[in-house]
Design a protein. Structure first.
Length: 292
């Protein structure tokens, strides 16, 4: 038995989808309402990876996108900054040149995003170039086709090589594309393989497939992180992304993370939400809560 299957044997990956759905529903039923408050909304705003990953993006649009982050900070100085701006790798320099707010990271998708279907050498070079341009976070996609065919060694070697190409200058987020994995047992296995290979974060989805993020898949990913931490004392971050556009959506993921992982993970260093429309919705919710 290879080291990857041997590693997986140490975890409970034999999951029943109906049980996962029931557990997730119970967590949200018991905790969602109490977490719908201004304090949580403000926390969530500071955990956003504000994202622009459109085929129509260009230098002028990304420069304006970045300036909007600067203006948000000027107009709302009492709010936490968004955690990061996430763009295609060819726009990293544009973000770096226009970003005036400190403590906002620059995240780049890389590694043949969103399909991961290209040469490993291309993925490594793309990640390294993005870091050289100024990215301090790299979001890559696990090769789902290889995962489904059981090519665990190839997957893990590739993730490790991309991590090495970041030279310790950028945190690596590995996207599982949970909507393509078929069942929650596969979600658990994919999460553990990504973590085992050196991921600093695991992330639900690219946002390019349906379904994107789901509370159930996120719950399973949280359990993988928790179990790995209990065995190794290594704390891995988690990012929900893919179709999260309302305040209530965001609070659902906060509620699950708080329930499974605990308060220690409720920090932007370990909890993120990728979104393009969520920031404005959270601002509206914060203003509305402040009037009550």
């Amino acid at each position: 038995m290879d080291q990857y299957n041997e590693m997986l044997k140490g975890y409970d990956t034999d999951l029943r989808d109906d049980e996962i759905s029931q557990i997730t529903e119970t967590i949200l039923h018991e905790g969602l309402r109490e977490n719908c408050n201004e304090e949580v909304y403000r926390f969530l705003f500071g955990c956003i990876d504000l994202t622009s990953l459109n085929p129509t993006d260009n230098q002028n649009q990304i420069a304006e996108f970045t300036r909007q982050v600067n203006e948000l900070d000027n107009q709302n100085p009492e709010l936490n900054h968004v955690a990061a701006i996430c763009v295609y790798p060819n726009f990293v320099e544009c973000v770096r040149m226009n970003l005036e707010v400190s403590d906002v990271n620059i995240a780049a998708v890389a590694g043949g995003f969103p399909s991961a279907q290209t040469f490993t050498e291309v993925k490594i070079a793309e990640a390294a170039l993005a870091v050289a341009e100024g990215a301090n976070e790299i979001d890559i996609v696990m090769n789902v086709g290889q995962f489904l065919s059981g090519e665990y060694e190839d997957i893990c070697d590739e993730i490790a090589e991309i991590k090495h190409s970041c030279h310790g200058d950028a945190r690596l987020k590995v996207i599982l594309e949970t909507g393509a994995l078929g069942n929650y047992s596969n979600v658990k296995k994919a999460a553990l393989l990504a973590i085992y290979s050196g991921a600093d974060f695991i992330k639900t989805s690219t946002g390019k497939l349906t379904p994107g993020a789901t509370p159930e898949a996120f719950y399973v990913m949280c359990t993988a992180i928790k179990e790995y931490y209990e065995k190794t004392h290594t704390r891995i971050g988690i990012k929900a992304a893919g179709g999260i556009s309302t305040t209530t959506d965001a609070v659902k993921y906060y509620t699950i993370a708080k329930n499974v992982l605990g308060e220690e993970w409720l920090h932007k260093e370990f909890f993120r939400i990728g979104a393009s429309r969520l920031a404005s919705r959270l601002l509206e919710s914060i203003v509305g809560a402040g009037k009550n």
